[in-house]
Design a protein. Structure first.
Length: 301
């Protein structure tokens, strides 16, 4: 038989919320309390499990620093990030689809010229990526900013490696007068999300692999347009169907075509064999709230 407290506690906690609290905050807290209590009731949480949860959340916080964001990883692995993405970008209407920001974005990527190399000095398969940034009406957006980041050929981001000497495998570049961009890099590979923290243990206990399919990260912005946070995924990657963070959308899968021609490689400043991909980013006009949200998300990272 449930005690009286067991049945009345949820309403009692909600009743303590001040009527003067910000209305949106009130709405979120009411719902959070109801769902949290509902979850505890549904699974009949034991005291040992409650303490495990406290230890898990503590360890998650302790794993975070200026280079590691275990809470974003938790949100990603549990599908929360992609659910928030889906709710906030319900119809793309021909514009570029969004996907997770992930925990490895950092501000301050070096600026490179259009056509520059974002992977100078890194081993990997030479790759050329080009395309345009357009408005939904098809107008080329000159001076649009592309902020890119990727892992090395072993699947690690610079922030995961010791002594990389500053920002690596990251770049910012602007489109030319015709809205075109081009860059040289190395072919991204599939890689595991970090498993040396609490989320690694959770993945293991859930019987899930930690892999993300190969991708390049992009944040594309232009004044007056919504900032797009997205990836380009490499067609044919074995993890496209089972991305650990549920981030793959068909429209973001791109053919990175292998090319053996030394002459063509030379024209692009590369060595053969190389891979070539092209993609046009299509931005929608900005609602103010959305631009603020994209900046808040990147600041959190
Ligand atoms: C990433 O693609 O960098 C990433 C996204 C989500 C979790 C971990 C890594
Ligand atoms: Fe990534």
């Amino acid at each position: 038989m449930p005690s009286e407290l067991e049945t009345t506690l949820t309403d009692a906690v909600i009743a303590r919320l001040s009527p003067d609290a910000d209305p949106r905050f009130r709405q979120i807290m009411q719902s959070l309390i109801r769902h949290l209590h509902g979850f505890v009731r549904e699974v009949e949480l034991t005291e040992e499990e409650w303490f495990e949860a406290i230890k898990f959340l503590t360890a998650t916080g302790q794993k975070c620093d200026d280079k590691r964001q275990e809470f974003i990883l938790m949100s990603d692995v549990l599908g929360v990030s992609m659910l928030v993405d889906a709710i906030n970008h319900r119809s793309s209407e021909g514009t570029t689809e969004t996907t997770v920001l992930g925990p490895f974005f950092v501000h301050g990527a070096p600026e490179i010229e259009n056509g520059g190399d974002m992977a100078a000095g890194w081993d990997g398969e030479p790759t050329y990526v080009s395309g345009r940034v357009l408005s939904a009406a098809g107008k080329p957006l000159a001076g649009a900013l592309l902020d890119l980041w990727q892992s090395n050929s072993e699947g690690s981001y610079d922030v995961q490696l010791a002594d990389t000497g500053g920002r690596q495998l990251r770049a910012k570049l602007r489109t030319d007068a015709e809205g075109r961009f081009r860059l040289r890099t190395i072919l991204p590979t599939s890689y595991p999300v970090p498993t040396d923290g609490p989320m690694g243990l959770v993945l293991e206990r859930m019987g899930r692999h930690p892999m993300r399919p190969a991708h390049l990260h992009f944040m594309v912005s232009a004044p007056g347009y919504e900032t797009v946070v997205t990836h380009l995924f490499v067609k044919g990657d074995p993890y496209l169907e089972s991305d650990v963070v549920f981030g793959v959308k068909d429209s973001l899968i791109v053919d990175f075509k292998r090319n053996e021609s030394q002459a063509e490689a030379q024209k692009l400043g590369l060595k053969a064999p190389f891979y070539r991909a092209s993609y046009d980013f299509v931005l929608r006009p900005a609602g103010k709230a959305k631009q603020k949200a994209a900046h808040a998300a990147s600041d959190a990272a």
